[in-house]
Design a protein around this ligand. Sequence first.
Ligand SMILES: NC(=O)c1ccc[n+]([C@@H]2O[C@H](COP(=O)([O-])OP(=O)(O)OC[C@H]3O[C@@H](n4cnc5c(N)ncnc54)[C@H](OP(=O)(O)O)[C@@H]3O)[C@@H](O)[C@H]2O)c1
Length: 335
Amino acid sequence: MVKVSLVGFGNVGRELLKRLADVGGELGVEVTAISSSRGSVIVAGPGDLAYALKLAREGRKLDAHPGFREGMSAVEASIVGDADVAMITLPPSYSTGEPNRSIYYRLLEEGVSIITADKTVLSLDGSKLLEKAMRNCLFIGYRATVAAGTPAIDAARGLRLREVARVRAVLNASTNYILGFIEKGLSFEEAVRESIKAKLAEPDPTIDTHGWDPAAKLVILANTLGSDARLDMVERTPLESFSEEVVRDSVGHGRRVKYVASADLEKGVYRVRPEILDSRDPLATAEGEENVIVFEVEGTSVLLKGPAGPAWRTAKVMVTDILDYLEWRNKLESC
Ligand SMILES: NC(=O)c1ccc[n+]([C@@H]2O[C@H](COP(=O)([O-])OP(=O)(O)OC[C@H]3O[C@@H](n4cnc5c(N)ncnc54)[C@H](OP(=O)(O)O)[C@@H]3O)[C@@H](O)[C@H]2O)c1
């Protein structure tokens, strides 16, 4: 049996609990603790789990649970729940890295493996985190951090030690939606407002429009390919540095503006910026929640295109990391 603590009970965390209720039995996974920003629930029996599931289905917060322990941190709850794996769905915190960084490192110190959808720590100092996990003989799964519904991390792993010169990608769905609204005639501010209203962008849209989110994904992707990049190495140009006229005129001239993340792996140059693309460029075809990644490798290219979120799909992807965890653990035990 694998004991799992859920760190975060928001959009993805709630979907994760629902998904584990469906497939956890088959996988041998048991949820023993759930945490949110203000406290935790220790899942001591089927009643606790059933109530948490009801909250998840109703889209409600964890503090409505009768077993909610105000002030109990995610790390404490993972220890009390004797978790083998913490599944992390914390909001990003790119400016300070906290509380995310401390939570990750304390979990590793307590011998808890990590499966995460949050990009914060992997993009700020991912190589340190992965080294620490390896030293402590623990697993880190992060398939959901980049392009969630499309196996971008798997593709990057498969291209390690190949000659990947460059990666060019559209990795952020919210800016796809915002650009789409601008193409239809809205101003930048109206497009952002519309995207937030339709829950297509975060309440703080600068995480997307100032490139934090795609930059973090780019770093994780580049590091999976073998680089040693950090978020502070990415040059970020805000989406709004291109006027609405440039966006609309491009469409009239067989082109499209997209928010492009690119990594020149040979020179170590990482950028996120709006670019005018030829409409035949695969990146120009990204619509709404789609992500597109082009790996330029050995004089040709490998192209990946597919969905990013939404939350229910991201949760499913996190559960595929449990399969990797189980395979990793079985290998360790059989050696
Ligand atoms: N949505 C997607 O499709 C998608 C795809 C890929 C990756 N992601 C990433 O997945 C993560 C979660 O996204 P989301 O949409 O689920 O976010 P969300 O709805 O804001 O949920 C975040 C959860 O984390 C909890 N939390 C905050 N600080 C905490 C702390 N110190 N200890 C324990 N819990 C804490 C919040 O608690 P409260 O309930 O008390 O506020 C909330 O339950 C983000 O990093 C996002 O970038 C999302």
